[in-house]
Design a protein around this ligand. Structure first.
Ligand SMILES: Cc1ncc(COP(=O)(O)O)c(C=O)c1O
Length: 364
């Protein structure tokens, strides 16, 4: 199982070099039907934590706070804007017309629902290594969405909200380019201006995404540094244009209501998975596995199952050259609590609370 996570899954996403013009189409979510027989191996190889008790899993203290995490750590200037967003998000959740329009767009523009694909040969491969025993592995094919990733589920829904609150355009930041691509497509559909901030290095590494973003009519702003710096510049640009522009994040990070909103719009992944599992084998999956970058696909897959104690939820972070090497991007496994970009979270930071650059051989 460790090989599945690292070889077919996390690394394949992380190692795409996209200069040849082929857009990466990684698959972010794995659903395992049968109980895995070698969880012990997984624990040691991947530092998989033990299952969390139900009480902890469902502990949401108040809106926007998840235990001690989340919240809204922002200057006064942003409070009105975030409150307006929160009100609009809540309205949209129960607004029949919005929900109807979103459902239609997800079906006809994004191409949902995505298949829950039985990866037969992969399952057989692992069984053949373990006396015929092993998990049935299914892949939730979010890569088949329009523009090639789960990012579209959230980008489209948020762009619809931006339109509803009368914004003229959208500002965003992207690392690997998938979120930038999804956002530019959503903006093209809804006739919104779109500015995508991206580090110059990532632009080079994800050249084909940049090309498509521009073809879709968006403006790309090159930033020195990494995704973190691109996100900061995007934020700065938004703060200067609060009246007309909407900050559309693809990450489940940032001040309330952003993480809740991203989770909500990505939860379509888990809802479909639950329905499809019931239809395919008449039950629930035993284990759900998702890569964790900023957490959006993982939350989208897990949220529907969070109250089901019999379903194990496993998020996989990139361990890079090893957790002890200092060259990794495992913020949850190795980070410390701090406030960054408006919310409390686990961060890779130095003794002075300065953010440490995560190590990644891939874009973002
Ligand atoms: C295809 C794909 N999967 C996963 C991720 C990781 O992000 P998240 O954890 O928000 O799903 C990214 C980030 O860009 C992505 O492009």
């Amino acid at each position: 199982m460790a090989c599945i996570l690292q070889g077919a899954y996390v690394s394949s996403h992380r190692q795409f070099n996209d200069k040849d013009g082929s857009t990466p189409r990684p698959c972010s979510s794995v659903v395992v039907r049968a109980v895995m027989t070698n969880l012990e191996t997984m624990k040691t190889t991947l530092c998989v934590p033990p299952p969390r008790p139900l009480k902890q899993r469902t502990e949401l203290m108040s809106e926007g706070n998840f235990g001690r995490f989340g919240g809204k750590f922002v200057p006064e200037t942003l409070v009105t804007c975030l409150s307006q967003l929160e009100a609009e998000f809540k309205k949209a959740l129960h607004h029949e017309v919005f929900q109807e329009e979103l459902a239609t767009a997800l079906r006809e523009f994004v191409g949902r629902e995505t298949p829950l694909y039985n990866a037969q040969r992969l399952s057989e491969y692992y069984k053949s290594k373990n006396n015929g025993e092993g998990p049935e592995i299914y892949l939730k094919r979010e890569d088949l969405n329009h523009c090639g990733s789960h990012k579209m589920n959230n980008a489209l829904a948020q762009a619809m909200i931006a339109k509803r609150i009368g914004k003229r355009g959208v500002i965003t930041a992207t690392g690997a380019g998938q979120h930038g691509l999804a956002t530019s497509a959503a903006c093209a559909k809804l006739d919104l201006e779109c500015t995508v901030f991206m580090s110059a290095k990532d632009m080079d590494r994800q050249y084909s995404n940049v090309k498509f973003i521009k073809l879709l009519g968006a403006q790309v702003e090159a930033v020195n540094g990494s995704f973190k710096d691109a996100a900061s510049d995007a934020f700065r640009c938004w703060v200067e244009n609060l009246e007309n522009k909407y900050f559309l994040t693809g990450s489940a990070v940032g001040p309330h209501p952003i993480p809740t909103m991203v989770r909500e719009f990505q939860s379509v992944i888990g809802k479909e998975t639950k329905k499809q599992a019931l239809k395919k084998w008449g039950g629930k999956p035993d284990v759900l596995i998702a890569c964790v970058g900023t957490g959006s696909n993982a939350l989208g897959l897990f949220h529907e199952f969070i109250k089901h104690e019999d379903v194990r939820l496993i998020g996989v972070e990139a361990a890079g050259l090893g957790l002890k090497s200092g060259k990794h991007s495992s913020t949850l496994t190795n980070g410390e609590v701090g406030v960054y970009h408006g919310a409390m979270s686990y961060l890779l930071q130095d003794e002075y609370g300065q953010i440490i650059q995560p190590h990644s051989i891939a874009a973002g």
